[in-house]
Design a protein around this ligand. Sequence first.
Ligand code: SF4
Length: 89
Amino acid sequence: MATYRQLLGGIVTGKARVDTLVKTKVPQLVRIECTIDQSDIDSVERLYPVVQRGIRGGFFPPNRSHYLCSRKYCAFWRECQREYGGKVE
Ligand code: SF4
């Protein structure tokens, strides 16, 4: 959300609501409201250049805490374990 706020500049308020349809036995609409504050903006401004330097330098650290990081969903889990160690569940 903070990224969108930065991209849209001064034409947005910083308040947002994310509506998500969840596929469960009974489909649900989940609404999450948030307000982007200065600390969120600071985070975008400081972290993105770090990520940019990493990409340009060819450094792609594993993100084992991502919800899609698993043997089931990642086709590269064996290579990832071999290169970075640890265990992909
Ligand atoms: S196992 Fe796949 S998803 Fe998880 S960190 Fe490694 S490359 Fe990323």
